[in-house]
Design a protein around this ligand. Structure first.
Ligand code: C5P
Length: 234
């Protein structure tokens, strides 16, 4: 089955310290941009064919600098104000490029430590079930906060998982789900693609993720990731 990948990198990264630091996907860890690390994993995966990188309209130069020659091997398109809009831009770019992939992997560019085995598991389960995401069981006890910071309740963590990316789907199904959600859900707050698939009634399987497949969100996450690469050079 043909597999394409979309890396969404059009966010502004406000939580990592705002515009003074720049978007976190362009911050350097181990001497290279976070996005470049993430892209390498997909470019070197034998099952992955076409790759679309979705960036912010202001970031063309940043992206070129981050990717260097690797930029020539990918299609770079402009995203939108919400993650789900950026993903849709990537899906439509793949559709417009001619041969439709059977499976598409959608990945947050701010997860530079995903691994080939996780990608394999997602592809296999997406091919058999239509959709699959890597996930890790929640280890912490989960509290819901009340106004003022007190605990309102303890949420039973049994059966709860943290969702990671890449998330894999049959291309036609997730493209239709995104289009339907844009037209009919009235929502722009979907934080991943599985939630759009769920909204559309598609089955999505959980497969084993990896504890190391972290999402770099804060400035501290960037520093930790940089230190991690210094300890174990690629
Ligand atoms: O904002 P959040 O942490 O959910 O971002 C996850 C991923 O989605 C990041 O890689 C970010 O660059 C991307 N994104 C995007 N377009 C947006 C918002 C986020 O491509 N409008």
């Amino acid at each position: 089955q043909s597999v394409a990948a979309i890396l969404v990198a059009a966010g502004r990264g406000e939580r990592a310290g705002g515009l003074t630091d720049g978007p976190k996907q362009y911050r350097r860890i181990g001497g290279r941009a976070v996005l470049a690390h993430a892209l390498d994993i997909f470019r070197s995966h034998p099952r992955v064919g076409p790759i679309v990188v979705v960036i912010h309209a202001d970031d063309a130069v940043l992206c070129r600098d981050a990717l260097g020659d690797a930029a020539d091997d990918v299609q770079i398109v402009t995203g939108g104000a919400e993650r789900q809009i950026s993903v849709r831009c990537g899906l439509e770019a793949l559709a417009a490029s001619g041969t439709l992939p059977e499976i598409v992997l959608i990945h947050d560019a701010v997860r530079p430590f995903t691994d080939p085995a996780t990608i394999d598991r997602v592809i296999a389960a997406a091919a058999s079930h239509g959709g699959a995401i890597p996930a890790v069981a929640i280890a912490d006890t989960i509290k819901r906060a009340a106004a003022g910071g007190a605990i309102a309740e303890t949420v039973p963590r049994s059966g709860l998982y943290g969702a990671q990316t890449p998330q894999g789907f049959r291309f036609a199904a997730i493209r239709d789900a995104h289009a339907a959600a844009a037209a009919g859900s009235g929502r722009t707050d979907f934080t991943d693609d599985a939630s759009i698939a769920e909204w559309a009634g598609l089955a999505v399987m959980l497969v084993e993720g990896a504890a190391g497949n972290v999402k770099l969100t804060t400035r501290e996450d960037i520093l930790t990731a940089d230190a991690r690469l210094k300890e174990t050079p690629p």
